[in-house]
Design a protein around this ligand. Structure first.
Ligand SMILES: O=C(O)[C@@H](CO)OP(=O)(O)O
Length: 228
């Protein structure tokens, strides 16, 4: 039975500061480091293991994966990194404080920007201090100016289908360390969740989610490892 583990990165500096993050590459906090290590210890203790890992090109997810793998004595596992697992691009909101943005634009508007399925935030200016287009890790990739959750799903799913799903179907146990919205994209697909429901799903930091799947990679069960 194919088994997939999803892990959202540990608390980041901008999670702590309540700032819109998206593709900006912030580090994990001390608490985030501890969350990542605890996730690794929990997997080891519960006998959850992997053969292959996938992560984004963002330090908070890469670091979380490494810290968890270290606790599992699995630092040697193969890891494939791809921008398609990155967080949803937050456009012109990147770097702003979420509460200050609510005070300025109202709760309703900010809720739409954060949790509507297909309304993207305003685009990022080409000269924004948070612009990532010339970052070497994205060479050859068209960095978006903004993304809705729908856009994020459109980016994540081809990678799932071409790179991750075949490994699971070939018998590998897969661990994915990624972000709130790239993981929402995967959970929506695997658990067949409706557009208007997926936006309400909040994935906590550093909590391994276990998926037991059938041969066609449909969900048999999904649970938080800490609850078993
Ligand atoms: O800031 C972000 O990039 C994301 C995840 O932390 O926030 P939100 O909860 O608004 O999707």
């Amino acid at each position: 039975m194919p088994q997939l583990i999803l892990l959202r990165h540990g608390q980041s500096q901008w999670n702590l500061e309540n700032r819109f993050t998206g593709w900006w590459d912030v580090d994990v906090t001390e608490k985030g480091i501890e969350e990542a290590r605890a996730a690794g210890r929990l997997m080891k203790e519960k006998g959850i293991d992997a053969d292959l890992c996938f992560t984004s090109l963002q330090s908070r997810a890469i670091k979380t994966l490494n810290l968890a793998l270290e606790e599992m004595d699995r630092l040697w596992l193969p890891v494939e990194k791809n921008y398609r697992l990155n967080e949803r691009h937050y456009g012109g909101l990147t770097g702003l404080n979420k509460q200050e943005t609510r005070d300025k634009h109202g709760d309703e508007q900010v809720h739409i920007w954060r949790r509507s399925f297909d309304t993207p935030p305003p685009p990022m200016a080409a000269d924004s201090e948070y612009q990532m287009s010339s970052d070497p890790r994205y060479k050859g990739i068209e960095v978006p100016a903004t993304e809705s959750l729908k856009d994020t799903i459109t980016r994540v799913l081809p990678y799932w289908k071409t790179r991750i799903a075949p490994e699971l179907q070939g018998g590998k146990r897969v661990l994915i360390s990624a972000h709130g919205n790239s993981l929402r994209a995967l959970v929506k697909h695997l658990s067949n969740i409706a557009d208007d429901e997926i936006t309400g799903l909040e994935i906590p930091t550093g909590q391994p989610i276990i998926y037991n799947l059938d041969g066609d990679l449909n969900e048999i069960e999904r649970y938080y490892l800490s609850e078993r």
